[in-house]
Design a protein around this ligand. Structure first.
Ligand code: NAD
Length: 352
């Protein structure tokens, strides 16, 4: 029998496939906009400028100062340019950092957003925005934050370096693993989660073997869309809370932190969510935590928090912060268990 559920689905317009980026101009016109401000990080500036040129008169300019964690001071500069250039929509070209900037603008002025997604982080299909000011991160959820349209063109992901592709793909899988045991899961979110994990599990080894394997790039992007979709639909728990703490308080890089912690958070929650996690465990030879560790290791992913520069002496404070505010998790959050989890993740030991 299907268990009772209730769900609010996010509206999503998805344009997927090779060459999909060529449809950007028609998507701008479709939402009734005439002057798009194109956003990117400094690293992707040249590509963002090419994209803006492809829009011709429909381009209001390029703002290429997006950075990780969406600092409000950067948003304010982007908003000033948006107004000065007479823009009426944003095109976010990039990963979660650029998409975060587009969301921060839209949260303030309700401008429509079109995202051209180039990593696997999944932010493009969530109504969630995390912003920082004076080192403090706040997260909010609002319908204005959800982008109006998303373009997924696998050709644009070939340039994502292999190491970042792996970490970003594991970041996407983490959304799906937590979606499987979410309190508010439903049959569709669980199906999307498993389909997403399965796609990434097939795609990532092929990308490691050959970065320009376009079939694998396409499969990974498909998986990341599904994983991002469940992130935007159901609640996250221990894993995302820990990553939020480590990213926010210790300035650890987002995707790599997710990649390292995933096997350990899965190990912590496995005893309390065995049934819900079984389809994912089956994909990894029966043990999700050990299987994820071996998978990450085979891809050359970072395995230990110490390799990201976290000091062992920080682990006590990290554990204290992680248990500070209560939240739902399939297994109760116990300080000693979380401290042990962090020690294992710091050392990079294989969870059983
Ligand atoms: P990112 O956006 O910071 O990108 C990392 C680097 O890779 C950047 O320099 C970027 O320019 C470059 N890059 C991106 N795509 C590339 C490509 N195809 N080729 C070459 N270089 C490329 O990394 P991310 O992991 O996508 O995003 C992390 C941020 O997103 C964090 O701040 C995180 O909190 C946020 N995030 C938010 C949500 C949400 O739902 N709100 C979801 C996931 C991530």
């Amino acid at each position: 029998m299907i268990e009772a559920f209730s769900v609010t689905l996010n509206p999503a317009r998805i344009i997927f496939g090779r060459g999909a980026v060529d449809r950007l101009a028609s998507e701008v016109a479709r939402i009734g906009a005439r002057r798009a401000l194109v956003l990117s990080t400094p690293f992707q500036k040249a590509d963002a400028e090419r994209l803006a040129s492809s829009l011709g008169k429909a381009a209001a300019g390029v703002f290429a100062e997006a950075v990780m964690h969406t600092p409000i001071c950067v948003t304010e500069r982007a908003l000033a340019l948006f107004e000065a250039a007479g823009a009426d929509c944003v095109v976010s070209f990039g990963g979660g950092s650029t998409i975060g900037l587009g969301k921060a603008i839209a949260w303030r002025n309700d401008t429509p957003q079109i995202v051209v997604a180039t990593t696997y982080a999944g932010s493009e299909v969530t109504p969630i925005l995390g912003e920082t000011t004076d080192g403090l991160k706040t997260t909010r959820r609002d319908h204005r934050i959800l982008p109006e349209a998303v373009i997924y063109d696998p050709d644009l992901t070939v340039s994502l370096p292999v190491g970042m592709s792996v970490s970003s793909g594991l970041n996407a899988m983490a959304h799906a693993v937590e979606a499987l045991y979410a309190q508010d899961r439903n049959p569709v979110s669980s199906w999307q989660a498993i389909e997403g994990i399965g796609a990434l599990k097939k795609a990532l080894p092929r990308i490691v073997a050959k970065a320009e394997d376009i079939d694998a790039r396409s499969l990974a992007l498909y998986g990341s869309w599904l994983c991002g979709t469940v992130l935007g639909t159901v609640g996250m728990a221990l894993h995302h809370k820990l990553c939020h703490t480590l990213g926010g308080s210790f300035d650890l890089p987002h995707a790599e932190t997710h990649a390292i912690l995933l096997p350990h958070s899965a190990a912590y929650n496995a005893p309390a969510a065995e049934e819900a996690l079984r389809p994912a465990a089956d994909l990894f030879g029966g043990s999700l935590s050990g299987g994820l560790h071996d998978f990450a290791s085979s891809l050359g992913a970072p395995l230990a928090l110490r390799d990201l520069g976290l000091a062992e002496s920080d682990l006590d404070r990290a554990a204290d912060l992680a248990v500070e505010n209560p939240y739902w998790n399939p297994r109760p959050i116990e300080h000693d268990g979380i401290r042990a989890l962090l020690q294992d993740a710091w050392e990079g030991t294989r969870p059983s």
